[in-house]
Ligand binder design. Structure first.
Ligand code: SF4
Ligand code: MG
Length: 337
């Protein structure tokens, strides 16, 4: 499959200002050297705990933020090179579905005007054609046409997310960044919205970057999954490979906390409890970013950053355990003759 999105060594650093003179005193490395591709028609899951940089990554890919360093390419074009006019032209093809449908919908606009707003901005369709399109979109996301003249507060959270999705679809996008699209919803309706996103992907040939902290949901929807920790991708693999045999100690810990749907397999994974807190992205540790919390940490981990690389076809990780280091070889190196 063709690569639609290519992210290469992306860095998103934000300055911190302090003191009475508001001088620049440091920077937050929200995203610190991230590389991945998204293939046409696939769903790439981007998972990690809050603050790991996954949302910032998603926004950078849509050029909602300017990139600090590295490159984002869409169909081979570096998006940093796009002029404001070109950006305006391609913007409709790259959309975002937000976490909180409540906050992203104007409470004073009717559903029809919310969904139709992108059409007003980017097309010169007749009123009739626009309304037809709005009705069609409401059908597609499972909203009753009779509700077209109602206001967002008259809807449930799940229905509001359907409105947000319909608006994102208005201009026939090809690529959608879904940023925690179900995190604010009742558990009972999360699966419905995920199923809807899957149906729409099929129907309209969409490509998704699906950002979530919910590993069970990502397992359901993603073709491949990237795991982020403290501004870096620690592991990226096809979905089943990642869930069945995670390579990176952080992925192993995250997955050990996911309830096992088949209780007979329960004994297989013992819960790995990580000690300590995630370090500040303004002061990441030396060596491996995960070394302050890794249950398998070795001396080399505190000195040298492991290289993110393809360890087997389609599987990427950054960990010294994949580079021939083991706690044993480490001890041998230290042992006196
Ligand atoms: Fe753990 Fe070392 Fe691997 Fe980092 S490089 S994840 S500290 S074993
Ligand atoms: Mg977030």
């Amino acid at each position: 499959p063709r690569k639609l999105v290519e992210v290469q060594d992306l860095k998103m650093h934000f300055p911190i200002y302090g003191g009475v003179l508001r001088r620049r005193v440091g920077e937050v490395k929200a995203v610190d050297g991230v590389s991945f591709d998204i293939h046409e028609g696939e769903t790439l899951g981007l998972v990690g705990e809050s603050g790991c940089g996954k949302s910032t990554c998603g926004r950078a890919v849509l050029r909602l933020y300017e990139v600090t360093d590295g490159a984002v390419r869409i169909e081979g074009e570096n998006i940093a090179d796009w002029s404001p006019e070109h950006l305006r032209k391609v913007r409709p093809k790259m959309q975002m579905v937000f976490q909180d449908p409540q906050a992203s919908l104007n409470p004073r606009m009717t559903v029809a005007s919310i969904i139709g707003e992108p059409l007003d901005e980017h097309t010169k369709q007749s009123k009739k054609a626009k309304l037809d399109r709005v009705y069609h979109l409401m059908d597609a996301v499972g909203l009753n046409r009779d509700f077209a003249n109602r206001y967002p507060h008259e809807f449930s959270g799940g229905q509001r997310q359907r409105i947000g999705i319909a608006r994102a679809l208005a201009l026939n996008p090809r690529f959608i960044v879904c940023d925690e699209p179900i995190a604010a919803l009742d558990v009972s309706i999360q699966a419905q919205v995920v199923n809807l996103l899957e149906d729409l992907q099929e129907e309209f040939g969409l490509t998704y970057l699906f950002i979530s902290h919910d590993l069970s949901m990502v397992r359901h929807i993603a073709d491949r999954v990237a795991v982020m920790y403290l501004g870096k991708i620690v592991e990226l693999a096809p979905r089943d490979a990642l869930y069945d045999a995670p390579l990176h100690p952080y992925t192993q810990a995250l997955l050990s906390a996911v309830p096992e749907p088949d209780p007979s397999l329960e004994a297989r994974t013992e819960r790995i409890i990580l000690k300590g807190d995630v370090p500040s992205p303004a002061k990441p540790p030396k060596g491996c970013n995960f070394c302050t919390r890794c249950p398998q940490v070795m001396d080399i981990c505190r000195q040298t950053e492991p290289v993110y690389r393809e360890v087997s076809p389609g599987r990427f990780t950054a960990c010294h355990l994949q580079d021939g280091h083991t706690p044993q070889t480490q001890q041998q190196q230290q042992a006196p003759d």
